[in-house]
Ligand binder design. Structure first.
Ligand code: ADP
Ligand code: MG
Length: 222
């Protein structure tokens, strides 16, 4: 399979005052097209940091991330934003929906930003129907349960048909039954479309649903 994303020798430190924390100490990983990859590791081990670096959200101190052979941190900030909007979908632990918009608008927004607004709303409605929210499209996020909000966030992440989807503990704020439902939709959407997924999780159960499992420990992937 084709390599879609290659991270090479990623180092990331955080400096607060005089203390420097080395979070990623030279992480390398290849993600192949269509793979589902889980990343586990203790709290504070750098999972979110790695996911943000891989997704083009956080510039590493050193190392390279190549997306289909192109260096994403070699791009200007504006080009990298466009690159992300077109190619990358994110789902975060806290759903990050905009409270002043209804969920149809929230889901349609990424496509509007790319300038293809014409069919954005009908596509958003289709995706929301696929995640079981067809009846709720006019509702604001705060009128939905946590699980429903996360399903809307899933629909939004898929809106631009991204080549790769990153999810950071997508069920971390949900009870286990609600979380299972969100995961059911996530894997169904990803697998039916052959998307590539990189998923951070605390749960061995969730990790075992992925085609490859990675663990982050002491700043390195093992
Ligand atoms: P995880 O997602 O595995 O819990 P994170 O990537 O969020 O871990 O964080 C890794 C380490 O880096 C933690 O010790 C955390 O406190 C620290 N850290 C994360 N973000 C920042 C930041 N913006 N400034 C300073 N330290 C940070
Ligand atoms: Mg985290």
């Amino acid at each position: 399979m084709e390599t879609i994303l290659r991270a090479e020798n990623i180092k990331r430190t955080y400096t607060i005052g005089k203390t420097t924390l080395e979070v990623l100490k030279g992480v390398s990983v290849d993600v192949k097209s269509g793979e589902t990859v889980s990343i586990m590791g203790e709290s504070g081990s750098g999972k979110s940091t790695l996911l943000h670096v891989m997704g083009g959200l956080d510039t590493p101190k050193s190392g390279e991330v190549h997306f289909r052979g192109q260096s994403i941190y070699g791009m200007s900030g504006a080009r990298r934003s466009r690159f992300r909007a077109k190619n990358v979908g994110f789902v975060f632990q806290s759903f990050h929906l905009l409270p002043e918009l209804d969920i149809l608008e929230n889901v349609a927004l990424p496509a509007m930003a790319l300038g293809s607004a014409i069919n954005a709303k009908s596509r958003a409605a289709e995706l929301l129907t696929e995640v079981g929210l067809g009846e709720r499209i006019g509702h604001r996020p705060q009128e939905l349960s946590g699980g429903e909000q996360q399903r809307a966030a899933l629909a939004r992440a898929l809106m631009n048909e991204p080549d790769i989807i990153f999810t950071d503990e997508p069920t971390g704020n949900l009870d286990s039954k609600t979380g299972d439902k969100v995961l059911h939709y996530l894997f169904q959407l990803v697998e039916s479309r052959g998307h590539t997924l990189v998923l951070v999780t605390h749960s061995q159960d969730v990790a075992s649903r992925c085609s490859r499992q990675l663990v982050l420990k002491d700043g390195l992937l093992i």
